[in-house]
Design a protein around this ligand. Structure first.
Ligand code: DSN
Length: 424
């Protein structure tokens, strides 16, 4: 590879240089199916690795607590206005360091400790920060959760409505990290109105699909929308909040000084670059391809006899229910790891096993699609997954599958470390 521009790191800190080149090699030689990961462009990497990391800039453009902010002001203004255009939002805050921080900022803006919140259960595909007892959000607030329907695996909007009217939460959270189907944000808006609740929608997973019109945009329906910037959106690791103009001040104050200190200006610049990339027609083609690839993966896995939660997917991710295969999520993750396929074990709804073992496997197509793979390759990947998970640990089979994975990776090398011109 040798393209990562690590000369100085090698001189100063060979051990870290080794960790970075090791990661480049791992990415290059493995098939990445973790639904929340992606591969950023060289342009995003360069912006994130720039001198903007040196700058303190507490505050917002034009109103900072430090001098010398003219250049970072420009970067943040660009990031903000591009985010507003992309999502058709009245206001964007691009400072949250992460999706979790973006969600906490919203809670800080709208809630008091002890207030009731209602979000999707983590065990059914929600997120830690949507009120899980393991998170600060389940400790500082009185958190209630809604679940998916036991038979269909789908969100049952009438059941959610009944729960919301019973609980009367101050805030309802829509959005998920392991739900393979479209979410009806308009129905959530109606429920929130009827229950007298604020509606927050977390689109961390589907943001790339949303900005290209391949998933409904919650912005017209929600009081506030949060997302990460690094999943389907393919930007640097970070968070973003979108809201109506009337909440702009509340949200900005919650992010700074409420929750964070100095913003990461190098990351904000990289967010701006990724938003510009997301405005290109190639990005819409890329998101379309993510869905085509998912369709091919779903079809092929069903042909191999795998059970899928909800029977398929409308998005970039699917959830395999492994119970009929007599294998746990943990075993599946480990077996796939042995052959060079990276994925994560994941609870399925009503999972009889705990979160460290699980009965499910979550698979996503964003990273392999960035690499240039198409439906033919996704069908091959499904064959390889099936072989690996059915071979009961037979070393000969695992070796052959690993070899095929290696060939596929060599046929679709990651060029993004080398050139931002190749934004596929
Ligand atoms: N950890 C992320 C995911 O994998 O979905 C959610 O924050």
């Amino acid at each position: 590879m040798g393209e990562s521009g690590l000369e100085e790191v090698r001189l100063v800190d060979p051990e870290i240089a080794e960790a970075i080149t090791g990661e480049e090699k791992r990415l290059q030689e493995n098939i990445e199916l973790i639904a929340s990961e992606n591969l950023v462009s060289r342009a995003v990497l360069q912006a994130q690795g720039s001198v903007l990391t040196n700058k303190y800039a507490e505050g917002y453009p034009g109103a900072r607590y430090y001098g010398g902010c003219c250049n970072v002001d420009r970067a943040e203004e660009l990031a903000r206005s591009r985010a507003e255009q992309l999502f058709q939002a009245e206001h964007a805050n691009v400072q949250p360091h992460a999706g979790a921080t973006a969600n906490l900022a919203v809670y800080l803006a709208f809630l008091r400790p002890g207030d009731r919140i209602l979000g999707m259960s983590l065990a059914h595909g929600g997120h830690l920060t949507h009120g899980s007892p393991a998170s600060i959000t389940g400790r500082y607030f009185k958190a209630y959760s809604y679940e998916v329907d036991r038979t269909s695996g789908l969100l049952d909007m009438e059941e959610i409505r009944r729960k919301a009217l019973r609980v009367r939460p101050r805030l309802i959270i829509a959005g998920a990290s392991a739900y393979p189907r479209r979410i009806d944000f308009e129905a959530f808006r109606d429920i929130a109105r009827e229950a007298g609740a604020i509606l927050m929608v977390d689109i961390a997973h589907i943001a790339g699909l949303v900005v290209t019109g391949l998933h409904p945009n919650p912005v017209p329906y929600a009081d506030v929308v949060t997302t990460t910037t690094h999943k389907t959106l393919r930007g640097p690791r970070g968070g973003l909040i979108l809201c109506r103009r009337r909440y702009a001040r509340k949200i900005d104050q919650a992010v700074f000084p409420g929750l964070q200190g100095g913003p990461l200006m190098h990351v904000i610049a990289a967010k701006a670059v990724s938003f510009k990339e997301a405005q290109r027609p190639e990005f819409a083609a890329y998101q379309n391809r993510i869905l085509q690839n998912m369709e091919a993966l779903v079809e092929a896995l069903l042909e191999h006899g795998f059970d899928l939660v909800t029977g398929g997917s409308d998005t970039h991710l699917l959830l395999v229910d492994l119970r009929s295969k007599k294998i746990t999520g943990l075993e599946a993750e480990q077996l796939l790891g042995k052959v060079g396929i990276t994925a994560n074990k994941n609870a399925i709804p009503f999972d009889p096993r705990g979160p460290r073992v699980t009965s499910g496997l979550r698979l996503g197509t964003p990273a392999v699609t960035t690499r240039g793979m198409g439906p033919d390759q996704l069908r091959i990947i499904a064959d390889l997954i099936s072989e690996a998970l059915h071979c009961r640990g037979d070393e000969g089979t695992l070796g052959r599958v690993k070899q095929r994975v290696g060939e596929l990776c060599r046929d679709f090398p990651i060029t993004r470390f080398a050139s931002s011109a190749k934004i596929g």
